[in-house]
Design a protein around this ligand. Sequence first.
Ligand code: NAG
Ligand code: CU
Length: 230
Amino acid sequence: MQLLTGLLLAATAVQAHYTFPRLVVNGKSEEKDWSATRMTKNAQSKQGVESATSGDIRCYTSQTAANVATVPAGSTIHYISTQQINHPGPTQYYLAKVPAGSSAKTFDGSGAVWFKIATTMPTVDNNKQLVWPGQNAYTTTNTTIPASTPNGEYLLRVEQIALHMASQPNKAQFYIACSQIEITGGGNGTPGPLVALPGAYKTNDPGILVNLYSMQPNEYKPPGPAVWSG
Ligand SMILES: *[C@@H]1O[C@H](CO)[C@@H](O)[C@H](O)[C@H]1NC(C)=O
Ligand SMILES: [Cu+2]
C-alpha cells in the first residue's frame, strides 16, 4: 500500500511538469511534436533544468530536428505545452542567428549568439501571490518576432522559469525548448546584446535565486540580457 501511494505521488509530481514540443506561428502549429523543435532530454520525464550554469540551460537537448519552420518577421508565436504551466515565473524568448557556413539543422547554439526578444513580469493576485502572464495556460505566452530582425536561419529558444522553490540555490526549474527556424520578410536591425548560454545566467542571479513570497512584483529582475525589441 505504501509503495502504491509512493508511486501515485511520483506520477502526480511528473504530471505537474511540462515540455513545449510544438511551435505555433500565427496560429499554425507544427504538424507533429518535435519536427522543427528539437526533442528535449526531458521529453519523457518532464523535469526542468535546475542548474542555470549547465550545458542543458541552452536547449536541454542532445539532438537536432528534421525540419526548419518558416517564421515571417512580425509574426506572433507561442508553444503548445504538454501540461498546464502551473508554476509561477517568467517566460522568455531568445533568438540566435546561425553563423555563415552552418545551418539551423546542425548549429549547436554555442558562442555569444543569443539575444532576448521577450520577457514577462508578474502582478499580484487576490491571495497576494506573484503571478505571471500565461500562468496555468496550456500554451506559452505569445510574443512577436521583431519586424526588423534580419532574414536568415536562427534557433528560437523559449524558457519558462518555475520559481516556486527558487529561494534555495539550484531550485529554480527551467522549462526550455529550441526550434530551428528561418526568418523571412525581415529588416536590417542589429540585434543585441548577444550572450552565450551557458554563461548569461549565474546561480545567484536575483531572478533565479529569489524568494517570491517577500517581494513586490516590480522588484523582480528576469535573468539574462535586456530585451531587443527591434
Ligand atoms: C496568441 O496568438 C494566437 C494566434 O497565434 C491567438 O489565437 C491567441 O488568441 C493569442 N493569445 C493571446 C492571449 O493573446
Ligand atoms: Cu513542479
